[in-house]
Design a protein around this ligand. Structure first.
Ligand code: 3PG
Length: 389
């Protein structure tokens, strides 16, 4: 793939796709990590004299509808503190006269791409509109490289030149090296709420790992093979797949879990055996027996791959399972590779980010990459390597 350092960007309109999809609660950014990781490419474009235009998604808003809860404004405010150049957040940029995007000494941040109709369907018309905004498209959103969307994939077909940025290059270089010959046992942990994205890659990950620990909506789906899971987050259409995986690989399914009738900071929660969950209860974390059992497995690991918290860790009363993983990583001395927005937030919450061997900006893309799946964005960038219109 071409990378930004191979290209002359002086006086060129550089459209930089970043993944600024950070966790935000009540308009407050909970983790700045993905923004921080994006800064080297931002600074590089400025230093080399390009006209910088930034694109990113945030969350999963309804397409075609502006929603202030998904605006990039909090991120722009943070960027203003980090960069000594005026930064303007632009709405309705698809109709803007091309020339107006040429600002010297000013960065333009285009509002959330997922407000645009067709973005997640990889609509060609939208991809062409994005491409018209630039002379050079720089893909630095490694964390979104598994998405075949207009601003990550489709645009590459139409932009005059496309290349990767500094973070993207670093991620693929380091991750390729780390996973080529891992020390064993290799234990992978996959949790979180994006069940369908992650279920589709569990097979390869389980094959690669000595043990695969599942948490969150994924483990609830495993629990639901033989049990009632009440109001818990799970995916009925993946139960058969879960059954096959459980029979084929070493995937310890929780034996007990913490449940509640109402998710809140102060509501009553209690431990139940997985075969005893009622229809009005919801699983919010691993139970104590499961925590003890998984801790014993994890501390023996020589390599730990982790994506996705295993309980609703944002609430202090449901974070014992996630805390157990943190403690096990510290105790084990294993080489630890952690990825994903919420998982990074969990590391920050427990104050152990600096104890992790490598932190990837990617969540789903990180999981796909480490198990050897071809990320669509990488494939199209490779195909387009020699295309200079
Ligand atoms: C992520 O957080 O994994 C990326 O930003 C991609 O987000 P998505 O799962 O909503 O596409």
């Amino acid at each position: 793939m071409l990378n930004i350092k191979n290209i002359n960007i002086f006086n060129k309109k550089v459209l930089l796709r970043l993944d600024l999809n950070v966790p935000i609660k009540n308009k407050v950014i909970m983790s700045y990590k993905r923004i921080e990781l994006s800064l080297p490419t931002i600074k590089y474009v400025i230093k080399k004299g390009g006209y910088l235009i930034i694109l990113s998604h945030l969350g999963r808003p309804i397409e075609g509808k502006y929603d202030k809860n998904f605006s990039l404004l909090p991120i722009v405010k943070y960027l203003r503190k980090k960069i000594n150049i005026s930064i303007k957040l632009v709405n309705n940029y698809l109709d803007i006269d091309n020339l107006k995007l040429k600002y010297k000494n000013k960065i333009l941040v285009l509002e959330n791409v997922r407000f645009n109709i067709g973005e997640t369907k990889n609509c060609n018309i939208l991809s062409k509109k994005y491409a018209k905004l630039c002379d050079i498209f720089v893909m630095d959103a490694f964390a979104t490289a598994h998405r075949k969307h207009s601003s990550t994939y489709g645009i590459i077909k139409y932009a005059p030149i496309s290349c990767i940025g500094i973070l993207f290059l670093k991620e693929i270089k380091i991750l390729s090296k780390l996973i080529s010959n891992p020390c064993r046992p290799l234990i992978s942990i996959v949790g979180g709420s994006k069940i369908s994205t992650k279920f589709n890659i569990l097979n390869n990950l389980a094959k690669k790992s000595d043990t695969l620990i599942v948490g969150g909506g994924i483990s609830n789906t495993f629990i639901s093979i033989d049990n009632e899971v009440g109001k818990s987050l799970y995916e009925p259409s993946y139960i058969n797949k879960a059954k096959k995986l459980r029979n084929k690989y070493n995937i310890p399914v929780p034996i007990d879990c913490r449940v509640t009738k109402k998710i809140s900071k102060s509501s009553n929660s209690y431990i139940k055996n997985v075969n005893n969950i009622s229809s009005n209860e919801e699983i919010v974390d691993f139970g104590n027996e499961t925590i003890k059992y998984l801790y014993k497995i994890l501390v023996k690991a020589k390599t730990i791959l982790w994506n996705g918290p295993v309980g609703i860790f944002e609430y202090p009363n449901y974070r014992k399972g996630t805390e157990m993983i943190v403690k096990a990583i510290l105790k084990s001395n294993a080489f630890s590779i952690v990825g994903g927005g919420d998982t990074i937030l969990a590391l920050e919450l427990f104050g152990i980010s600096d104890k992790i061997s490598y932190i990837s900006s990617g969540g789903g893309s990180f999981l796909e990459f480490i198990q050897g799946n071809k990320l669509p964005v990488i494939s199209i960038l490779k195909k387009n390597k020699n295309k200079i219109n």
